[in-house]
Design a protein around this ligand. Sequence first.
Ligand code: ZN
Length: 317
Amino acid sequence: MPENFVHSPACRWCGKGPLRFRFSFEAKLDRKAKPEDFALEECQSCGSFQVNPHPDRELLRNFFTQKDIYLKGVDPDGKAIDPLARAEEREEEYRNYASHLIPLLPEYGTILDVGAGTGLMLSLLPKKYRRLALEPNPLAAQKARERDKGLIVIEDFIEDLNPSSEPLILVICNQSLDHLLHPNLTLGKLLNWLSPGGLILLTGLINPQSLAARVTGPNFRLWHPFHQVYPPRKAVEDKLSSYGLDTLGIWRPYFNTPYGSAAALFEGAFILAHAWLAQGSKKIVSPPWPGNTISYLAKKNRLFKPLKVMDGNAVTA
Ligand SMILES: [Zn+2]
């Protein structure tokens, strides 16, 4: 097992299992590293794929606090990209989420963005709300402060925070939940922190049942050791429902992202057809494709009432 990698015995999405080995994929741990093989396992209870053995807490923390990851990057096709510029190119997608969220929000309250990056998503929401940008990367946190003076930027990891007594009206995990060591435990904490009627937006969860993932298998462009867990749509909706949340919206971002266009769709169809015909005999990296990732908007049911504690131990509904 590589250094700073650990094996989890149970599914890190549903907590159950068993986990069954599916295949290995090749990836680089960071831009400068050599490609290595990583194992993917599938949960036999919920269908989530997961990297296992997976990076431990120390490796994840060292990686996500490097300023460098916001200065230079490579996309899954190996092309050099400017991560800060690439993040700005998501504005159209984020504006779409904001247009759905704003009419559903109450008059006032607190919003938490977990892994807020440079603060783009929060900057698109009205300034009358208390907007908390939780971002452990020092460079991204600095950019968020510069972008919007109204943001309260907290340079920390969600795992280290206790829920405050102040309930949240909206939690955003924008392409961040699957980077966490234990996304299931963190999601449980966040959902308990949400007020009745509160909203949660989970974006960019990678779908292991997407057409491109099924056709290209180990060569699917989004497998990566820092993407910890890949829950299919049903596993996400079951999880949200188990916490008393109703799913209000589902998106498969493509045309309003930096990767999607009519020309890219045409080229992608050609690549997928080629990969399907080759049946794994050649390494053909999957193209960006609609459904590679799914975003979810859900609302916490208002029917949950707090318990009334009477005179010490007696509890009534
Ligand atoms: Zn599972």
